[in-house]
Ligand binder design. Structure first.
Ligand code: ZN
Length: 456
């Protein structure tokens, strides 16, 4: 057996246990995992004639998979582009991400635009990238082609998306899309907020700098009603529905019931809903603005519990940056500001810091950031685990070490994030993509090696 490289560690996260051993890599794949007991410390240099990267007690985990990233190229590359986003991903231990059909221009809602997306990404992908397509009211005849061209599934909104070229859909549009999706065995991803009558919008107009006013303008009821509607459509059509970025803990119960009923429903939440709480967010700080909003501490603790017991399947960043002017950084106007949080590069430390406080383990992190996202994307035959035959996409990190997040560490296009100046645990030391080191101690190697992931 030709082995190109071995990575040796006292903490390799395999599906069953954390082992002390070596991962053997050949041609971008993991060809074997051997425990230190079987090769013996003193024999190794004599018997093993391939390069060994000994990372000591650093954790070696599967590469992180982030199924929810807004890259915005082509058309809004000044917000974020493939080069900067996938460098940030590499620095964060992320080896696979899936790009959202908005906020690029054009939006990814037909075959032609899908091709423009692939063209824009080519030669700028430092990690593997897949792509979601979009459902909007007038593209019902484009969906089949969009899926057969390779989109991994479709995304829809039930309320205004933030950009006018990606209008929201209603139940009728979604019934049609779900029929098509079911045939191709792909999911419908839904931004679950439904316009319900409330007084919050007026309050926000009167107090545009107040975080409480922003929070009240997007009440739990908006999410809870939308989720209720989507569970109904899931039951009616039998198609896979995925709730993106769950924020309202009020909906956990109805999700649990739907899952217990056997409905093909999956759920993600985002790091920022698990990290921040509305009580600690200062007024006039638009970096925290996202929709649905970050809610209170009690809500956050319930989300952690739902993640812990498997009601929430995994965690994705929903990295959605914008230039400082659109983010209204200077004015602090929460009504005007672009809603979206940038945090792709810090997916791991943002989650791990909160997980540590609540006694979760590195194995839980691997399940939430690697194994379950791979399952959701149906890439679990070769990604999301350290196992024989799997892709050698790896994240090597130090769980016990912490850092203070500073601007100069950030590889996103804009250095705007609510995690700024936070003390975070979990330092990513190295990232391997298909057996090649792409990041190590602040430096990038082997750029442009990411693959386009298509599913027909
Ligand atoms: Zn999003």
């Amino acid at each position: 057996m030709q082995v190109d490289l071995a990575i040796k560690s006292k903490n390799i996260v395999t599906p069953l246990e954390i082992i002390d051993g070596m991962i053997l890599i050949s041609d971008g794949k993991i060809v074997d995992i051997i425990s230190s007991v079987s090769y013996g410390e003193e024999k190794e240099t004599v018997l093993l004639d391939f390069p060994i990267e000994d990372v000591g007690d650093h954790v070696v985990m599967p590469g992180i998979i982030d199924p929810h990233v807004h890259i915005n190229e082509p058309g809004r590359t000044e917000w974020e582009g493939f080069d900067t986003a996938t460098k940030a991903a590499a620095a964060g231990g992320i080896t696979t991400l899936v790009d959202m059909p908005l906020n690029s221009s054009p939006v990814t809602t037909n075959k032609n635009n899908f091709q423009l997306k692939l063209d824009a990404a080519t030669n700028k992908m430092h990690v593997h990238c897949g792509f979601w397509g979009g459902v909007i009211p007038d593209n019902e005849n484009e969906l089949e082609e969009l899926l057969s061209t390779g989109a991994l599934g479709l995304k829809a909104f039930l309320t205004h998306s933030g950009i006018d070229d990606f209008p929201n859909t209603n139940a009728e549009h979604l019934r049609h899309a779900l029929k098509i999706l079911k045939k191709s065995d792909k999911p419908l991803l839904v931004h679950c907020e439904l316009d319900v009558a409330h007084h919050g919008e007026k309050q926000l107009l009167e107090n545009p700098h107040s975080y409480a006013a922003w929070l009240n303008s997007r009440p739990n009821a908006m999410e809870d009603e939308a989720i209720k509607m989507m569970i109904g459509l899931c039951r009616e059509t039998g198609a896979h529905i995925h709730i993106v970025h769950l924020s309202s803990a009020n909906s956990i119960e109805q999700i649990q019931k739907a899952k217990a009923e056997g409905l093909p429903l999956t759920v993600e939440t985002a790091q920022h809903y698990l990290f921040f709480d509305s009580e600690s967010i200062p007024d006039g700080d638009t970096r925290y603005k996202c929709a649905p909003p970050i809610r209170d501490k009690a809500n956050r603790e319930k989300l952690w519990e739902a993640l812990g017991n498997g009601t929430i399947d995994f965690v994705a960043t929903d990295h959605s940056p914008a230039p400082p002017v659109l983010k209204e950084i200077t004015s602090g106007n929460l009504h005007q500001a672009w809603g979206g949080i940038a945090g792709l590069q810090f997916a791991l430390p943002a989650l791990w810091t909160g997980a540590l406080e609540r006694n979760y383990s590195v194995t839980d992190i691997s399940k939430w950031l690697c194994e379950n996202p791979a399952k959701f994307l149906k890439l679990d035959s070769h990604k999301g685990k350290i196992a024989k035959g799997f892709d050698a996409d790896l994240c090597i990190w130090m769980p016990a070490n912490n850092f203070i997040l500073k601007e100069e560490m950030i590889h996103h296009r804009h250095k705007i994030t609510p995690y700024m100046d936070q003390e975070l645990y979990g330092i990513v030391k190295q990232t391997y993509l298909s057996g090649n080191k792409i990041y190590g101690d602040g430096l990038f190697y082997n750029l442009n090696r990411g693959n386009i992931i298509l599913k027909n």
